[in-house]
Design a binder for this molecule. Structure first.
Ligand code: MSP
Length: 650
């Protein structure tokens, strides 16, 4: 019989470099699921990767004076390194810059264009660069991006559209007919009430202003919208529409797209609609998990810099506590489907209590007593007495509980079931008091039976822990002479044979002094802060800045296409400035030096990545550069010869 297949994906990550422990959440859950299904004997394909196109990357690279690839490559290497440290067992790491992905995205666009699902029109919208999302005016929240709350820029361009509206009824039906398609259930209401019921608009799926992307085959001055490019990875990775589509035929449709709740909209509305238009199957399930929070807000690198004093850097966390500790915390502590607050204290308390104390004690006491009393050879199983049956039943029944929890994707419940067995075994030690039995030669057989029961229970827990932890289970198994490949087929109590060599294990997880460690972490966080203040001071005192600091300021050539005085102000002019294809509203304090008429037609240099602000009630999306003399007179800074607007100044 053909093996059951299991195709699981993480979202593909933005190569931001600002990784925090929240980013590890999706991927660690997927890894535990992938490992669990592999141990069930299924044919598993686990996909992850990076989402590398789009305006943000284009701009970041430009700022640094490097190509987008030169900018991205080291970040992708860093991400892969993070997954290596956390023992992520992916089958493919796809990059949206991979040649096979790009070729397939072009074929997908061509198909949708040929079938009439993509058509040409004009787009006017508000673009949020960090989210790579276009919004209509009605969708904005207080004039800002409804997802991240940041400023958006008005953009108009000739674009191609995907007939998303046409698929609204089919998507509603998909939710109705397949309650499993979108989980947890609350996300279905969000999708229906916030997006589908208010009316799905056709989706703008091409850009001409952003060149770092996949050119459309039928109109190459247009580039693929990053979200279509990104979502397609789930099928391009399998060779969809390529000469070798064996993986696609074997693994599609996906069993599970695991994603954070903020990107459910893309996966549960846009993605199935694209697949329907292509005539392909939709994924079996999209699961929108919750977030790790700090102080009630989504964890993010910028918040890390604020006074949160929490260590969130995955590299540092793995260095300090090991991959198993970080994996265990993520899989055990956050109630599945909900948000969970992150603190270093919670992390330390959790790993101390479960790994160092409960599991650690069970393993070291059991192996030490066998070595001490039976010369390192497993004693015989013996008669069942007292609470033996209860322990054995619990150890035997744990797999079913774990399996049921994992079918619901609920790793915290699965781990809770395993640690309930660990706790029961520790209680069994207190009940049977093997150290008392050891003193009485008459009780030698009973001592052997107790230690056998403990060894078998410990071994079963180690096998059950294998999908979740990658180092500790192998250590435990090795101490009972079992190979690291010991699988679920050995779970029935009684697998270990009398006489099996048993080694004494040193503590499998060192107990952490929480108070001391928290103080060290606080000192570590503190150390990184003053550096920034020093930097600020040195720049303010006329000290030097690095080239990277300089390139944080984005300077562009713009052309003033309209200008008027700001009502109620002597000093301010309100200019409309065209920067390349983009048009911006800018307010400057130069009314004493230039008339509005003089300003129109002037080429100016604009600080284009300044946070927008309102001056006298008028929106200003940048700053026009001026030179200032000792008396405070101003004069515009302009390109010295005719120069196209949009160019960058460096
Ligand atoms: N590039 C898109 C996904 C495209 S998929 C076709 C993206 N990338 S991301 O790098 O921003 O996010 C990757 C994953 O990290 C997402 O699942 C996201 O939810 C997760 N997390 C980022 N911060 C998080 C927390 N604070 N908590 C839990 N997970 C969060 O989105």
């Amino acid at each position: 019989m053909a093996k059951k297949k299991f195709y699981i994906t993480t979202p593909i990550y933005y190569p931001s470099g600002n990784w925090h422990i929240g980013h590890c959440y999706t991927t660690v859950i997927c890894d535990a699921l992938a490992r669990f299904h592999k141990m069930l004997g299924e044919d598993v394909y686990f996909l992850t990767g990076t989402d590398e196109h789009g305006q943000k990357i284009e701009r970041e690279a430009q700022k640094r004076g490097v190509t987008p690839m030169q900018f991205i490559d080291p970040l992708v290497a860093q991400l892969k390194d993070m997954w290596r440290l956390l023992d992520i067992s992916y089958d493919r790491f796809i990059r949206t810059t991979d040649a096979d992905h790009v070729a397939c995205v072009q074929k997908i666009y061509q198909r949708l264009y040929d079938s009439g699902d993509i058509y040409k029109s004009e787009y006017t919208g508000y673009y949020c660069t960090p989210c790579e999302s276009m919004w209509t005016e009605a969708q904005l929240k207080d004039g800002k991006c409804p997802d991240c709350g940041r400023e958006v820029a008005l953009q108009k361009e000739e674009s191609y559209f995907f007939r998303l509206s046409k698929y609204a009824p089919r998507i509603l039906k998909l939710y109705e007919d397949n309650p499993e398609f979108l989980q947890p259930k609350s996300r279905v209401n969000e999708m229906v009430n916030n997006f589908i019921k208010p009316g799905l608009q056709d989706l703008c799926v091409s850009r001409t202003t952003v060149k770092w992307g996949v050119p459309l085959p039928f109109d190459p001055k247009h580039y693929a919208y990053v979200w279509i490019d990104a979502l397609s990875n789930y099928i391009t990775a399998l060779g969809y529409l390529s000469d070798d589509d064996a993986l696609y035929r074997k693994f599609w449709n996906a069993d599970l797209h695991m994603v954070g709740k903020e990107i459910v909209r893309f996966h549960a509305i846009i993605w199935p609609a694209i697949l329907m238009a292509l005539g392909e199957k939709v994924p079996k399930q999209v699961y929108g998990h919750g977030w790790l929070l700090i102080g009630g807000d989504k964890l993010s690198k910028s918040k890390q810099d604020a006074a949160i004093a929490q260590l969130t850097d995955p590299y540092e966390l793995v260095k300090r506590y090991g991959a198993d500790a970080v994996r265990y915390f993520l899989l055990r502590e956050i109630p599945f489907g909900s948000d969970g607050e992150y603190t270093n204290e919670k992390l330390l308390l959790r790993i101390n209590a479960d790994l160092a104390n409960d599991l650690g004690n069970l393993v070291s006491r059991t192996s030490a007593m066998i070595v001490q009393n039976f010369d390192g050879k497993l004693p015989a199983r013996g008669k069942i007495e007292g609470t033996d049956g209860e322990l054995i039943n619990m150890a035997n029944g744990a797999f079913e509980t774990v399996k049921t929890a994992m079918e619901r994707l609920n790793a915290p419940d699965a781990l809770a079931a395993i640690f309930a067995v660990v706790a029961r075994a520790n209680k069994y030690i207190d009940e049977t008091m093997p150290w008392v039995l050891a003193k009485d030669p008459q009780k030698r057989a009973r001592l052997g039976a107790v230690l056998y029961n403990l060894a078998e229970t410990t071994r079963i827990c180690a096998v059950l822990l294998k999908p979740f932890l990658t180092k500790i289970p192998a250590l435990i198994l090795e101490s009972f002479s079992c190979g690291a490949d010991t699988g679920f087929d050995t779970l029935a109590f009684g697998y270990l044979k009398e006489g099996t060599p048993v080694k004494k294990l040193p503590p499998i997880f060192p107990r952490i002094d929480v108070k001391k460690e928290l103080a060290e972490v606080a000192a570590l966080m503190q150390k990184s802060k003053p550096k920034k203040e020093e930097k600020k001071e040195s720049a303010a005192e006329g000290g030097q800045i690095t080239i990277d600091e300089f390139f944080k300021t984005q300077l562009r050539v713009g052309e003033v296409i309209a200008c008027e005085r700001v009502k109620g102000s002597q000093k301010l002019l309100h200019e409309t400035v065209k920067i390349g294809e983009e048009v911006r509203s800018i307010v400057s304090g130069i009314a004493n030096y230039y008339t509005p008429e003089e300003m129109v037609g002037k080429k100016v240099v604009v600080v284009s990545n300044l946070k927008p602000a309102k001056l006298c009630g008028v929106l200003s999306e940048g700053m026009i550069l001026c030179a200032e003399d000792k008396e405070g007179n101003l004069c515009l800074v302009s390109p010295e010869k005719p120069f196209a607007s949009g160019g960058s100044v460096r």
